[in-house]
Design a protein around this ligand. Sequence first.
Ligand code: AMP
Length: 226
Amino acid sequence: MRLILLGPPGAGKGTQAKQLARNLDLAHISTGDILRENVARGSDLGKQAKDFMNKGELVPDELVNQMLIERLKEPDTKKGFILDGYPRNLNQAKALDEILKSMMMQIDLVIDLDSSEAVIIQRLSGRLVCRRCLANFHKTNMPSKKDGICDNCGGQLYQRQDDKRETIKNRLLVYRQEVSDLMNYYRQNAKLKRICADEDVEVVLNKIIDLVKNYSDASPDSKRWG
Ligand code: AMP
């Protein structure tokens, strides 16, 4: 199974992708996480991406596409994968098809996590991330047991620079500018499914799992779960 999770920042793509990856034994590929690791390490890629990210702008396609190619070469992607945060525009969607074609692969399902603006802003402005294991928490929806400390690994929790209110607005603007072309692209090849992602994590997760199972049942000849 090769799955894309689409949706605005704050729709819960990262949270859902992590849980799905565990449930379905798939690799989780978050371009945002890979970029943040590069920024933290001070790599060349990180240096080039940092300003775009802090402003809530998209990192140039060439950089992100190349980064994805490298990630897809890693052996864990053989069992299938979930893309979280990629593609972000039509250009990336087309590049992805070319990249996968050259690797004799294709996307099975694209799920759009539809979310209302009020929920997005509430989720993003309260989100806290672990510096060490990248787990997500929320100041009120999902607080850690000990203030500022990750329940999973004891790492320090921080608020992402781009989760500050002013930057959230810009990220939503960038999303809206790009999204219709992207959705049309996937709607044309009938891979797109939409669900409302405003509900609790478990409810949304079960809806996604249902979609994946329905898809697998309808296409029993292909290797859907691995
Ligand atoms: P995310 O963690 O997916 O919200 O991404 C955080 C930031 O990383 C975005 O606001 C962009 O600056 C950058 N980013 C992540 N994925 C992409 C992508 N596919 N294309 C361009 N920029 C990206």
